[in-house]
Design a protein around this ligand. Structure first.
Ligand code: COA
Length: 403
């Protein structure tokens, strides 16, 4: 087994005896904003090699998994730590398929909040599922019990996204089909049409590529929540809330909006220089850890090109390719295409609306969040950093009528 080289930017912060009763802040406090480069625990989940652009799930290279594995197998690998045997995979698949339904109470919640953004609906419905989960004790934080809840949420979340999309269009929800794979069933519930092998294969690869990514903001949220011994539904709800932002999962939606705003490939270069010239950012570029190309992006790039040609709609691939060309000089600054750059146009070509793009990311990531939660629980510690106080002290309290 090859040893992994640690990231080069380890920052050491000297342990400081902090007296909470005093406002005297020791001089040697080093503030690491955004926790950039800080290791806060160990993991056997995944390794994001930002310098070389490598991603490893449980020891397996993402390229091997993207080319050879399925969503179900990858989810098992992440949650249980090893690739399944045929019978283990069959049992896991049965468990997923048997958990896809969501209770009527939760469907009512979806109807109530149907006008909200799909991520808000997903977050609300996942939270509501805590009230109907079949586990004997929702607060059971054992690794086994938590993993089981994570498996159920993995199976139920696509149903939430699909039901919501149908309900908000005034259509009847389409129930899950046990003869379809995780990816194919999701597309079927969403569109009402059985997807082709290519379409479900694309969604399947997308789930594999999004399944786990270390201590990113949403996984960190999940860990912080689990660290307080709150339950799995709480941790996944927190993770979904965190994923929503455009600096994290929301970028795919923004990329597609950008491509539409550009409109034609000849306008891409000017668009990029205008945005950068006004201090803006190009969505789908840059990453906190990757300073080389995001290894997930290449799988989606090739798929985006192929799908566009097959659908007779190669425009989006061409526009985005021109954006990528215009961003070439930024590679020298470590700003490369990230996974969201091509994902948005693929979802668009599959006929999916922009506002569910980030929810699709969440569906793929629930197994990773589950793993992060169970790993946290396996050796739990409260995650509680400090803030360096820089406000006033010794202020005199003035009663309200004298201010
Ligand atoms: N377009 C243009 N410039 C970018 C950029 C982008 N997409 N991403 C980063 N930069 C520049 C910043 O302007 C900054 O430049 P400066 O040093 O001259 O101020 C520098 O790169 C570092 O950016 P910073 O925000 O400190 O990096 P980060 O690690 O905190 O941010 C992201 C990472 C993902 C938030 C950032 O790259 C981004 O906003 N990307 C666009 C959104 C996106 O695609 N998100 C999906 C991530 S998977």
């Amino acid at each position: 087994m090859a040893l992994l080289t640690p990231l080069p930017f380890v920052t050491r912060v000297s342990a400081i005896e902090f007296d909470a009763r005093s406002l005297n802040m020791p001089d040697e406090v080093e503030v690491i904003r955004g926790l950039r480069g800080v290791y806060f625990d160990t993991t056997s989940a995944s390794f994001v090699d930002g310098e070389q652009g490598r991603l490893i799930y449980r020891g397996y290279n993402i390229h091997d998994l993207a080319e050879n594995s399925t969503a179900e197998e990858t989810f098992y690998l992440l949650m249980y730590g090893q690739l399944p045997t045929t019978s283990e995979l069959a049992a896991f698949d049965k468990k997923l398929k048997g958990s896809r339904e969501i209770p009527d109470e939760v469907i009512s919640v979806i109807r109530l909040v149907q006008n909200a953004h799909p991520m808000d609906v997903l977050r609300t419905a996942i939270s509501a599922l805590a009230g109907t989960d079949p586990s004997a004790d929702i607060t059971d934080m054992s690794v086994e019990g938590s993993r089981d809840k994570g498996i159920r949420l993995t199976a139920q979340a696509p149903t939430i996204v699909a039901y919501h999309h149908r309900i908000r269009q005034g259509l009847e929800p389409i129930g899950p089909r046990a003869d379809l794979s995780h990816a194919a069933n999701f597309l079927h519930m969403l569109t009402g049409t059985e997807p082709t092998e290519d379409e479900s294969g694309l969604m399947d690869t997308d789930f594999v590529l999004h399944a786990e990514h270390g201590a990113n903001a949403s996984a960190f949220s999940a860990r912080v929540t689990a660290g307080t011994q709150a339950d799995v539904h709480a941790a996944i709800t927190a993770a979904i809330a965190t994923l929503k932002g455009p600096s994290h999962g929301g970028a795919a939606e923004e990329v597609m909006k950008m491509a539409m705003e550009i409109g034609e490939e000849s306008a891409a270069e000017k668009y990029v220089s205008d945005v950068l010239g006004s201090g803006g950012r190009i969505m789908g570029f840059g990453h906190r850890v990757y300073k080389a190309e995001d290894p997930r992006a290449r799988h989606l790039r090739a798929r985006c090109q192929k799908l566009g040609e097959e659908r007779g709609d190669p425009k989006w691939f061409r526009i985005l390719s021109r954006v990528a060309e215009a961003m070439e000089p930024y590679k020298a600054r470590g700003i490369h295409v990230n996974v969201d750059f091509w994902a948005g146009s693929i979802y668009h070509l599959l006929g999916l609306p922009e506002d569910i793009f980030v929810s699709i990311f969440a569906l793929g990531r629930i197994p990773g969040w589950t793993l992060q939660v169970t790993e946290q629980l396996d050796n739990n510690i409260l995650i509680r950093p400090l803030l360096k106080y820089e406000g006033p002290e010794d202020m005199e309290y003035v009663p309200i009528h004298q201010r």
